[in-house]
Design a protein around this ligand. Structure first.
Ligand code: NAD
Length: 292
């Protein structure tokens, strides 16, 4: 079977394109959607992510603020900044780049973000709204992007068995909630590090979402003929043949599984580009909901 390659760059560009009309409408009423991105410390990968988010705002004509705080910033100082951003009318979305330095309690920080500005969808109010299928809530950007990919390629989820590998609050659990919701109607199994007979379980899946963080773990043994495979993983592995000395691979062994799949996301270029596109969508939604 020759799989359809799911082109995340193209779908992300379509999402951005669609947002332009909504942004123009908001601007015509005097509202510019605004995002504040807060980075504590100088982790190089986080700096790149934060830079991309701010750049994406500029490309769409959104207002943004980038806060780069030193690694020794205290929890109290960070929370003070969040309270200021909560009260700032120019800011509709607030994001604290993960992971913060170890002395910061990330969960406690998130509790201080006003739920209506929590465009990452990590606040308990938004987690509850996802479970309750309340569309006013914010859903974490990566699983939201996965759903957008399924929609863009007309992939049926109703009545299908989806196995989500990974139970994190940023990907696995929200992904499972989205798939089981009444507008998707999948039958969902969440697998994790203690799941037994994972390859066998995955072979019963019509849709596999791999969000594990283990390079190329999901191989042909995990995939039944005709399955849809979404690979969320972003892993660096050493590769002396590359100028940088490494390459990025997913949680799926692409070459091993591709001939069994009906649809598959490559890494890079699959799920990855969707995350920032959905962050932009969440920021525009936050603005729309705040200004009425
Ligand atoms: P995480 O470490 O928080 O969670 C990993 C999950 O995998 C855990 O729930 C764990 O139980 C499960 N797991 C670990 N080993 C397993 C095994 N052998 N068998 C079955 N399950 C196992 O990771 P995360 O934040 O959810 O990220 C997962 C992957 O997705 C990583 O590669 C990360 O880089 C990537 N990611 C990509 C994006 C994106 O924008 N594309 C966004 C977030 C995360």
């Amino acid at each position: 079977m020759t799989p359809v390659l799911i082109d995340g760059k193209h779908v992300a560009a379509c999402v951005r394109e669609k947002l332009l009309a909504e942004i123009a409408e908001l601007k015509s009423r005097g509202h510019v959607p605004g995002l504040a991105v807060v980075l504590v410390g100088n982790d190089p990968a986080s700096q790149v992510y934060v830079g991309s988010k701010v750049k994406a705002c500029a490309e769409l004509g959104l207002y943004s603020q980038k806060w780069e705080l030193p690694a020794e910033t205290t929890q109290e100082e960070l929370v003070d900044l969040i309270h200021k951003l909560n009260a700032d009318d120019r800011i509709h979305g607030i994001l604290v780049q993960s992971p913060p330095p170890s002395h910061i309690d990330e969960e406690a920080v998130v509790l201080n973000i006003a739920p209506e500005k929590d465009v990452d969808g990590f606040h308990p109010v938004n987690v509850a709204k996802l479970v309750l299928e309340d569309a006013t809530g914010f859903v974490p950007c990566t699983p939201l992007g996965c759903m957008e990919l399924l929609k863009a390629y007309g992939i049926e989820t109703a009545g299908k068995h989806a196995v989500v590998i990974g139970r994190s609050m940023i990907v696995g659990k929200p992904m499972a909630n989205l798939l089981v919701a009444k507008n998707a109607n999948a039958t969902v199994t969440i697998a994790h590090s203690r799941t037994k007979n994972l390859p066998e379980l995955c072979r019963t899946a019509d849709i596999i979402v791999a969000a594990v963080g283990r390079p190329e773990m999901v191989n042909a043994e995990y995939v039944k003929e005709g399955a849809v495979v979404l690979d969320v993983g972003i892993n660096r592995i050493e590769d002396a043949s590359r100028p940088r000395g490494y390459r990025i691979v997913g949680d799926v062994d692409f070459d091993s599984v591709k001939d069994k799949c009906s649809f598959i996301t490559p890494v890079p270029g699959g799920v990855g580009p969707m995350t920032i596109a959905m962050l932009m969508a969440n920021t525009v939604k936050a603005c729309r909901q705040q200004v009425g």
